[in-house]
Design a protein around this ligand. Structure first.
Ligand code: JHZ
Ligand code: SAH
Ligand code: ZN
Length: 403
């Protein structure tokens, strides 16, 4: 049953037994790993692409959650720009108030704070919330939901903007979220969120965008239907190049703003290409299989030719690829990553060891599997010596290929 509208959900993709994508394990803790069956379907009534089973939120988001937004220079720039955009376009009145859901280490809100604007982050993971606090960002440690929205409104007054990046698609209980936003948002306020876009996932075969944390994959059509169901209207959309292709959705209270032409245009383009049709999604599922098999073949070839292989970027996304395709340390002996909380641990399920990025040069890789393909530009530029020395990058989005 659809988590948004109660309609019939048709399964189109079975990604098998999967661990929690951000549960990097200590070498002696692999016996305790949590697994679940990752299956994805689409709602016949509202077109929402969603998982068929839910992982309890506390299992995924806790005080030692390892992901930090600040791990990429390009993302830091993106969020500084985002803060300035929000401040310019939306923060009307003499004392505007901006709330961010899923504020993580405060990368976005630090720029709001620097502008001297009243703000609050809502973030359940203590470790990253403390990083934000250390930077002077105001954070409430909580899962945003109906009651939290009402409490913030009572304490701080209505919000002009509620923003969320890579967070709303993580939350199955969106009915409660919308009631919380209804309680919190000023009459002419906006709810702005950005998440991976179904159009890009299908076009690029980026099936690794689907893992425990990404419960929904949004499209303009499904977000429009969802907004209406909860008393809001989708009034603007903007495609973003970050994280492999996202859309920023702007929602206002129903009737408060006139939707821009971009909304109708994106919905029409989705309908024209049959984006949410089962035939399209089944074709995508077939591509997932083909690409996974291709990647394993390519890695076996590299191993058999005696080349030194490693992974680059211990992403959450890579859990889907490694566990679905069956890629372990025999094919990718280790992965390099800049995140201290991931280093010295094993990748979930595949048990590929994560090593500090500083050890990358001395390892002397011949081929690097770019798990963080969404940061390709930044990473390939940073590691230009690798290619200069004859090394080559192996990518699997949108196809398996050597650069
Ligand atoms: P990156 C996470 O996904 C989880 P992940 C989450 N569900 C989500 O939606 C997105 O973030 C926003 C490392 N790295 O951004 C840092 C280097 O080592 O693709 C990260 O561990 N060197 C919330 O994990 C990883 O790669 C570098 O130069 O798929 C990148 O993770 C750079 C740039 C990154 O998100
Ligand atoms: N916005 C940041 C962080 C994304 S990570 C960025 O785009 O880089 C997703 C974040 O959402 C995590 O920090 C997680 O703790 C948080 N989150 C998950 N459920 C939440 C909820 N109900 N309310 C607030 N934050 C939530
Ligand atoms: Zn539905």
């Amino acid at each position: 049953m659809c988590r948004i509208c109660g309609g019939v959900v048709n399964e189109f993709l079975d990604l098998g037994r999967q661990p929690l994508s951000d549960a990097f394990v200590e070498p002696d803790e692999t016996a305790d790993e949590f697994y679940y069956h990752l299956r994805v379907g689409v709602c016949e009534s509202c077109s929402m692409v969603q998982q068929l089973a839910e992982v309890p939120r506390e299992r995924m988001f806790h005080d030692s959650y390892p992901y930090v937004s600040s791990g990429s220079v390009r993302m830091r720039e993106h969020f500084t720009r985002t803060a300035h955009d929000l401040l310019e376009r939306e923060s009307t009145g003499s004392d505007p108030f901006i709330v961010e859901i899923g504020s993580n280490d405060g990368t976005m809100l630090a720029a709001v704070r620097a502008a001297g604007v009243r703000h609050l982050g809502v973030e359940p993971c203590g470790g990253v919330a403390d990083v934000a606090r250390a930077a002077g960002v105001r954070v409430r440690s909580a899962f945003f939901e109906e009651a939290v929205g009402a409490e913030i409104a009572a304490q701080d007054g209505p919000a002009n903007v509620v923003f969320a990046a890579n967070t709303i698609c993580h939350i199955p209980y969106l009915d409660s979220i919308f009631r919380g936003i209804d309680a919190l948002l000023a009459p002419d306020g906006v709810f702005v969120f950005e998440d991976p876009y179904l159009g890009d996932v299908i076009e690029k075969n980026s099936f690794d965008q689907i893992y425990d944390e990404h419960f929904y994959v949004f499209s303009a059509r499904s977000v429009q239907a969802m907004a209406r169901r909860f008393g809001f209207e989708l009034v603007d959309v903007r495609r973003l190049p970050v994280h492999g292709g996202e859309v920023r959705y702007t929602l206002a209270r129903a009737g408060a703003r006139t939707p821009s032409a971009a909304v109708a245009a994106l919905v029409a383009s989705e309908d024209a290409r049959g984006l949410a049709e089962l035939s399209t999604l089944h074709a995508f599922a077939a591509e997932v299989d083909r690409i996974s098999r291709d990647l394993v073949l390519q890695l076996e070839k590299l191993r058999d030719s005696g080349l030194r292989v490693a992974g680059y970027g211990a992403t959450a996304k890579s859990a889907t690829v490694t566990n679905y395709a069956g890629i372990g340390p025999d094919l990718v002996p280790c992965v390099f990553d800049t995140t201290p909380a991931k280093q010295g641990r094993l990748m979930p399920g595949s048990h590929i060891p994560v090593r500090p990025a500083e050890e990358f040069a001395e390892y002397g890789a011949d081929r690097l599997l770019l798990f963080a393909w969404n940061h390709a530009e930044e990473i390939i530029a940073k590691e230009k010596d690798f290619a200069r020395g004859g090394g080559r990058w192996l990518l699997y989005v949108p196809e398996v290929r050597l650069l």
